[in-house]
Structure formats: C-alpha cells, structure tokens
Design a protein around this ligand. Structure first.
Ligand SMILES: Nc1ncnc2c1ncn2[C@@H]1O[C@H](COP(=O)(O)OP(=O)(O)OP(=O)(O)O)[C@@H](O)[C@H]1O
Ligand SMILES: [Mg+2]
Length: 512
C-alpha cells in the first residue's frame, strides 16, 4: 500500500449497512498527521458510525471498503475491545460513560488497572492518572469522586481515560454539547495542547462556530456520503451550512407572528430544597410569569439552577418550601409529572436517556407512550390512529429512520432528541417546557423545531425554553429571564436584549 507519511488515516470507499439503512456510502477521505480534523453533517449523516468503525465497535469485515492507518489497513477484530486503544486510537463517545460513584483515577484506568502480585497497585494508579492529567493541563484531582464533578470536568476525565500513553489519534464525538462557554474554551485549550504533543484529533460537533475556532480542515458528510474535505481557512459559516444541508439557508431563526395574551402561568418567589439533602437549597427565590402564546427564554450558566427550576415546577425534583405557582390565576401544587400533565404542563427533559426515551421500545411507542389515551377506544388502542399521528410528527421533524417500528436506540443521537420532542408535542400541552431542546440537533432540524415552536405558540400554547446558546435565546424568545446562582436575576423584553446584558446578569456582575 502506498505510504504517505503526512497522512495518518485514510478512508477508502467505506460503506456500512444496517437493515434498511445505508449509514455510510462509499465514503473516501484523508486525515493529515497532527491536524485537528472536523467532521460535520446533519443528524444521521453517518459521523458516529464512521468513528465506531475506527474504534472497533464495528470491526473489520462488518463494513465494506478500507481504512488505512499509518500506511497499513486497519483490521480490528471483533474479539478485542481494547485493540484500537492499544494501537493508539482513542475515542470519547457522544454520551458520557463514566461511573459516577468511582474516583477519577479508578475511571481513567477502568478495566486496565495496574496490577502487582494480583492486587491493584493504587499508588501507581493515582500517580499515572496524575501524570496524564497534568501533562494535558487538566485541572482535576485524581481522588475526586466523579459524581461531584461538573460536566466540564467529567468531559476532561473522559478524555484522560481515552488517552493512554501512546494515543496518536483522539476522536471526540460531540464533546461540547453539554458544556458551558467557559468549559468549551477550556476544552479548546486542552485540544491545542494535545496538538502540540503531536496527537491527531477528529472533532465532531453541531456547534459549527467551534470548527472555525479549532479545526485545520473539515469534512462534510451528507446521507452517508462524503461531500467534501476542505481547509478551514477556505470555508465560512454560510458555505459550511449550505454544504451540509445541500441547499442555501438564509435565516437561522424563522420569524413568528406571535401576539402573547394575558398571563396564564406565574411563579412567585419560589424556594425549594434538594429532595435528597434537606440542608441544601436548590432554588433561592425564582419569580417570573408567562403569557398565553408566548415563548419565554430562560438563560443562565450551566449549574445556575435552570433545570432544577423546571423539574421542580414539573413535580419531579425540589421540595418547595415557600413561594407560589399559579395557573390561570389559581394556585396549584404539583407533586408528580402525572399531575403536571393533568394540568396541561409538559416537559421535554434535558437528559433524554434518563427521562425521555425507552431505548428498546420502538420509535412509534416512544412517541405515543405518554399519549396512548388519545388512541384508546373501548379499552383498545387504535393502532392506525396511533401510527398516523406519530408519522405526522416524525415527518415534520424529519426523523431519519427506516420505519417507526425500529427501536429508538438504532437512531442517531440527534434523531433520538427529535423523538422525545414529538412525544411531548403530541400531548397537546397548555404550557410546554423545553430544556435545551436543540442540543445535539443539526442546523436543518433546529430550524424545523423552531418553526414548530412558532406554530405552537401561535396556536396559543405557552412555551418556556431553556437554552445555553445565547443566539438561540435571543432569536426565539419574546422575553428572557436570566438565572444566576439558583435565583432569577431579571426578566426583560427581547427587544432590549444583548448578549452582554444577558451575560452580565448570568454571571451576577449586574442585578436585574
Ligand atoms: N445500530 C444501528 N442499527 C440500525 N441503524 C443504525 C444503527 N446505528 C446507526 N444507524 C443509522 O445509521 C445512520 C447514521 O447514524 P449515525 O449515528 O452515524 O449518525 P450521526 O451522523 O452520528 O448523527 P447525529 O448527529 O444525530 O449523532 C442513521 O440513519 C442511523 O439511524
Ligand atoms: Mg452521532
């Protein structure tokens, strides 16, 4: 095979088929040694599949074509899960894989602990962990229990775990989808450090701005096909988006024509305790109101209490100690998600794996699960009505699946998110709470979700949307409430919103 020392990895005509789906179709491209190479494409384009081929999840023989690594064909065996890592290919998956109750060091060396005379050498384990962490300037203690870390640090541990002594290629599959702006900056610093150490990096993300901060070149996939590889310096955001979606996209946020009405939902000075630790106050005074047919954006840093707030309103988290929640002027007390739904309040949760989806169930059932009463006639489920309604949501959100009977875990990450959204939209709520609804969703589908939000609000449904993307909050909301340290720190009209103002309130520099 031809040796070209500048090229560390080459895909030659790679095709990967699943029943009813061609996830990759004759994809060919090269990755240069030492570069940061971005891969982008819509949900279901085949990005994660490509990375799973590199890591041996789909071993040699389960796909067509060739993967050339350091001048030789990569032939990973099905039987050996550590083979890719041993050959220097490290991968950080789309979903975090750490064990929360174990320490950082135990996680980093899980399954490959240093053993001496039949026992784990804990001193060496922690020393080696400390060495990796400090080599790449990761500011985490090896002895810390993982569940006490924020997502940003968990992500670092995830990377440290993937990097063994001889890592040559590091693959990051949507590493920043749960990170705050500051944490993303930190990660970028770590990646630059890795580059200095000669590590080649493959970077997958839906936050397209990041490609322009960090990558040297970008490959675009669409429907499993390689569309182009180009130096980042020759691209810009508009070009990248139109290459990805195959058409020009003029606006990122569709214009709605809403006219919010009277106030229907009010939260007044809400205080609540952690249900598992009554010493800890998780909400320290939150107030806002919501009008009929309005979209209220909730901005704030990661950890500012936004998710805790909406989970508490939904009856699934904090123990309310004082304050009031009113719906249509009447005080309500919600003790479970079931009660919330009876009041017409729905929540699209942040963590789709834990709260949103039953992965082994079909896509169809996942959409209709919370809404089966709509299709029940004389104690029987009207299958065709269920299918018809679910199909219409799957179509409008462009869920990419061979059919709705496939299990939810066969969907790509972003398409799973669309299923969760469909499920809650079908329940026809009066108040719809969406916690980071477009996380991990590609630009085209984001636009579809925004359009749906516009339609819903125009039909009179009120929406509360948590978002970490400032552009999105400003682009979609009528008013914006900013949270800081478990309190609401100001609400204002979107016409008065600037990113600076939101950041000042979110960081507590100014008070609203
Ligand atoms: N185990 C599987 N069984 C069946 N189909 C699968 C499986 N894994 C992936 N697919 C399908 O292959 C296609 C590519 O999926 P992949 O996960 O690679 O997409 P992706 O580009 O990573 O998308 P996302 O941005 O949403 O993460 C999708 O249509 C997906 O439904
Ligand atoms: Mg993916």
């Amino acid at each position: 095979m031809a040796m070209n020392n500048d090229i560390i990895l080459e895909f030659r005509n790679v095709t990967k088929r699943f029943p009813g789906v061609v996830a990759l179709s004759d994809a060919s491209f090269q990755i240069r040694r030492g570069e940061i190479h971005g891969i982008c494409g819509e949900n279901g384009a085949g990005k994660s599949t490509l990375m799973k081929i590199l890591s041996g999840v789909y071993p040699h023989g389960t796909y067509e074509g060739h993967v050339i690594y350091n001048g030789e064909e990569l032939k990973l065996r099905a039987s050996s899960i550590h083979e890719a890592a041993e050959r220097g290919i490290a991968i950080v998956y789309q979903e975090l894989t750490l064990i929360p109750t174990m320490t950082v060091g135990e996680n980093v060396f899980l399954g490959r602990e240093p053993v001496e005379f039949g026992v784990i050498n804990r001193d060496k384990l922690y020393a080696d962990t400390r060495a990796i962490l400090s080599k790449y300037q990761m500011d985490v203690s090896p002895l810390e229990i993982v569940k006490n870390l924020g997502v940003g640090k968990m992500q670092m541990v995830e990377i440290a775990k993937a990097l063994s002594e001889n890592a040559k290629v590091l693959i990051l599959d949507e590493p920043t989808s749960a990170l705050s702006k500051a944490e993303v900056e930190k990660l970028m610093g770590i990646l630059r450090g890795l580059k200095e150490h000669g590590v080649t990096c493959i970077y997958i993300s839906h936050k397209l701005e990041e490609f322009f901060q960090i990558t040297d070149s970008i490959t675009v996939l669409r429907d499993g096909k390689m569309i182009t590889t180009q130096p980042t310096s020759e691209l810009n955001l508009e070009k990248l988006v139109s290459t990805m979606v195959g058409r020009e996209m003029k606006e990122r946020f569709p214009k709605g024509k809403r006219s919010p009405g009277r106030v229907i939902f009010e939260v007044e000075n809400l205080h609540a305790l952690d249900p598992n630790d009554s010493e800890r106050e998780v909400l320290k005074g939150v107030s806002f109101d919501l009008r009929e047919g309005e979209i209220l954006g909730i901005a704030g840093l990661m950890g500012s209490g936004r998710t805790e707030l909406v989970m508490t309103i939904f009856g699934e988290y904090g123990k309310i100690t004082s304050g009031k929640i009113r719906l249509n002027g009447r005080e309500i007390k919600i003790k479970s998600s079931h009660e919330a739904m009876l009041h017409g309040i729905s929540l699209v949760p942040e963590d789709r794996k834990q709260h949103g989806l039953v992965l082994i169930q079909s896509i169809l059932r996942n959409i209709s699960l919370a809404n089966l009463d709509q299709f029940a006639h004389w104690f029987r489920i009207d299958d065709s009505a269920e299918l018809k309604a679910s199909l219409s949501f799957a179509k409008s959100l462009a869920i990419k699946a061979p059919d709705l009977h496939a299990p939810a875990d066969s969907l790509s990450g972003g398409n799973q998110q669309k299923v969760v959204i469909s499920k809650w939209l079908m329940s026809k709520p009066k108040v719809l709470i969406m916690d980071d609804p477009t996380r991990g969703v590609d630009v085209g589908a984001k636009f579809e979700i925004y359009k749906l939000m516009n339609d819903l609000s125009e039909s009179g449904i009120s929406i509360i949307m948590i978002s970490s993307e400032l552009e999105e909050v400003v682009g979609m909301s009528d008013r914006i409430m900013v949270m800081c340290e478990d309190k609401s720190n100001g609400t204002f009209d979107v016409s008065e919103a600037t990113q600076e103002r939101i950041m000042a309130l979110a960081t507590g520099i100014s008070a609203g």
